[in-house]
Design a binder for this molecule. Structure first.
Ligand code: MTE
Ligand code: MO
Length: 384
């Protein structure tokens, strides 16, 4: 069994697939903490978790003048300044189950919690590329930075992805070769000993168990870069789809969801109000500036309170423009409408480019069930 070395996991996780291991935390737990505890952070593995010996680990860097460079874990830690960011990771398939309700899609049936927020520490990818020989003559040619994982399938194919070179090399891109998550060594499921953290970019490019970096004129040739993680029209089906016709997903669109109350639960009339909680995040470093909440299916709206730090710690300073990598949690108490017997709670977020979410799933449905970011709706009964 290639999965026999997989690490133990938290029993509260809701498991989508055991081998490979894919799981998300229960929604109500997700927004208990601004920083998701690593054990509860969603886990998305395509392959068995590789066992990597930190003593023999090497990170290979190719495609730069002067030939390949190889760094040990110790060198990565000691030769480059340690940089820490708080960044949210979201899987392209988060909320896929809502697309599945419209029409069957291919992929893991994620709920609303294939998204989590952590602090990440490591060397800046930029610093390591400059050390390895990146310079103007490379910048004139190369366009992409490819990553290869150390996880492989039975045929020896490794997980791979790439990001635009600009994102990797830009001082404000904040890309990390992270060796710590939430102040501790990366857990096995999250890429021990080193993973790429590409903030603002879809989870799939944040390659775990990072073994190789290639600076290249081309995107990664991997299945996941070329023939997966792309968006298509609702009219495109498996007979007509041409994966070459669409760009690989990088920055994700604006997203929000309700984590509390849960679908089908009830609130007591005597409470007079309902407390609604959730998360909101946008890709590309765009900051969430507002979350609107309705309890009558979208007829009337209320503005939720946004939170960018752990409750009780006071607000964190605003991120620099274009570098809002972390989600905001939000909360609001809305009065119960006098006559209603049922509530349709809805949320939608707005980012600082004034991007907002589409109101329904059908017009954004796509055969892979990615980029599912319609208004989130939860139905709740009122007990008289
Ligand atoms: N990196 C490797 N090496 N192997 C993988 O299967 N999965 C990717 C990405 N990096 C993956 C990987 C996907 S699709 C996502 S959403 C994120 O890792 C999930 O990161 P997490 O498990 O730390 O939440
Ligand atoms: Mo993903």
């Amino acid at each position: 069994d290639p999965y026999s070395n997989d690490p133990p996991r938290h029993p509260a996780l809701s498991v989508n697939s055991l081998k490979p291991f894919n799981a998300e935390p229960p929604p109500a737990l997700l927004t208990d903490n601004y920083i998701t505890p690593s054990a509860l952070f969603f886990k998305r593995n395509h392959l068995p978790v590789p066992k990597v010996d930190p003593e023999t680990y090497r990170l290979e860097i190719e495609g730069l003048p002067g030939g390949p460079v190889s760094l040990s874990l110790e060198e990565l830690k000691s030769r480059f300044p340690k940089h820490t960011i708080t960044a949210t990771l979201q899987c392209a398939g988060n909320r896929r189950s809502e697309m599945n309700k419209v029409k069957t899609v291919k992929g893991l049936n994620w709920g609303i919690a294939a998204i989590s927020n952590a602090t990440w520490s490591g060397a800046r990818l930029r610093d390591v590329l400059l050390y390895a020989g990146f310079g103007p003559e490379v910048a004139a040619q190369a366009k992409h930075v490819q990553f290869e994982g150390l996880d492989r399938d039975v045929t020896g194919t490794v997980y791979g992805a790439s990001i635009p070179l600009n994102k990797a090399i830009n001082e404000e891109g904040d890309c990390l070769l992270a060796y710590e998550m939430n102040g501790e060594a990366l857990p096995a499921d999250h890429g021990y000993p080193v993973r790429a953290v590409v903030p603002g970019v879809v989870g799939a490019r944040n390659v775990k168990w990072l073994g190789k970096i290639v600076v290249s004129e081309e995107e990664s040739k991997s299945h996941w870069q070329q023939n997966d993680y792309k968006g298509f029209s609702p009219g495109t089906d498996w007979d007509t789809v041409d994966f070459k016709s669409a760009p690989a997903i990088q920055e994700l669109p604006i997203q929000s969801a309700i984590t509390q109350p849960s679908e089908g639960s009830s609130v007591d009339r005597s409470m007079e109000e309902v407390t609604v909680k959730g998360y909101a995040w946008s890709g590309g470093g765009r900051e969430v500036v507002r979350v609107d909440v309705s309890v009558d299916g979208g007829k009337t709206w209320h503005v939720a309170n946004l939170q960018n730090s752990q409750k009780g710690q006071g607000p964190a300073p605003s991120p620099p423009p274009g570098r809002a990598w972390a989600w905001k949690l939000w909360e609001i108490a809305v009065p119960l409408p006098p006559e209603a017997q049922e509530l349709e709670i809805v949320c939608k977020a707005v980012d600082n480019s004034y991007n907002s979410q589409p109101d329904s799933v059908a017009p954004i449905w796509n055969l892979r069930g990615v980029l599912s970011n319609a208004w989130h709706r939860v139905k709740v009964k009122i007990d008289e």
